[in-house]
Design a binder for this molecule. Structure first.
Ligand SMILES: O=C[C@H](O)[C@@H](O)CC(=O)C(=O)O
Ligand SMILES: [Zn+2]
Length: 277
């Protein structure tokens, strides 16, 4: 799989727009009939997309990981972002996943097979994996079962519903935290005012966006920010020292995933908007 190395905030200041896109934007995650994965050296998070068609796709990459099987020293979260149903079979146990359903699979499961219920209308799975030191039970969760938080308001164009799936009070994991945030209609800003969490990295997958619509994703140190123009179903890697906030030309949905130290969603350092540059 593709490897993405890490950088630091001092060097980042000199990056061109092209370098920023190459290092932090993941453009082609969802290709029919394949599983595409990117290995980030930020907390060794793997970000991927799987679109199974005529045959099941196996979660594996022995060449990169140099282990007997993918989850030997890892855990993984899947979200189906398509209207089409999919299924994931973990060591013989099958879980059916509709749109916005999540499946967590713990360390030590040798075989993970990803399929579409109807191969002519394939499911689309977003895949995020972090390193793991112990086994937590494999568990599926639907949107209605996730922890719901209302955030923002119309006056700041950032009204949104955040759902936590894999976190301290939800599906248990070693370090992976995952959930989904929906922008309300006519609201375009996510995570503004922004924050950083130097103890954890984060990745955002933006989706539910029409083809010609774009997200301006802001990253960098709070006092020296940059932007990346992001299209539908593209992901952005966010270093621990970086803000991660976006504004869309329309409302959208995104999946956030974090890994690192401190298994506490609210361990964030909030940034005052007056300090942004
Ligand atoms: O550290 C937490 C993450 O940045 C996201 O959960 C933020 C988010 O989804 C939002 O504000 O809408
Ligand atoms: Zn964050």
């Amino acid at each position: 799989m593709e490897i993405r190395y890490a950088t630091n905030p001092t060097d980042f200041k000199h990056y061109t727009g092209e370098r920023i896109r190459n290092d932090f934007l993941i453009e082609n995650l969802f290709e029919e009939g394949t599983i595409t994965m990117v290995y980030s050296h930020y907390d060794r998070l793997i970000v991927g997309g799987a679109v199974p068609t005529d045959k099941p796709l196996e979660l594996e990459d022995k060449e990169t990981l140099k282990t007997e099987y993918f989850l030997e020293r890892r855990e993984v979260g899947f979200f189906n972002i398509s209207d089409n149903k999919g299924k994931i079979t973990v060591n013989g146990d099958t879980y059916e996943l509709g749109k916005r359903d999540c499946l967590y699979v713990g360390k030590g499961n040798e075989e993970v097979l990803i399929e579409s219920v109807d191969p002519s209308s394939p499911a689309k799975f977003y895949v995020v994996s972090a390193t793991a030191h112990k086994t937590y039970p494999t568990q599926a969760m639907k949107l209605e079962e996730a922890t719901h938080r209302h955030l923002g308001d119309d006056s700041q164009s950032n009204k949104r519903d955040l759902y936590q799936y894999i976190h301290a009070d939800g599906i248990q994991s070693c370090q992976l935290m995952m959930g989904m945030t929906f922008l309300s209609p006519n609201n375009m800003w996510n995570t503004m005012p922004p924050h950083v969490h130097d103890r954890r990295m984060e990745a955002y997958l933006y989706f539910d966006l029409d083809e010609d619509e774009k997200i301006m994703h802001f990253m960098g140190s709070p006092e020296d920010t940059r932007k990346i123009v992001v299209s539908n179903e593209q992901a952005v890697l966010s270093p621990p020292w970086s803000i991660h906030s976006g504004v869309g030309t329309k409302n959208y949905t995104f999946i956030w995933a974090m890994a690192g130290e401190n298994y506490t969603f609210d361990d964030m350092d909030h940034v005052d908007k007056n300090d942004l540059k």
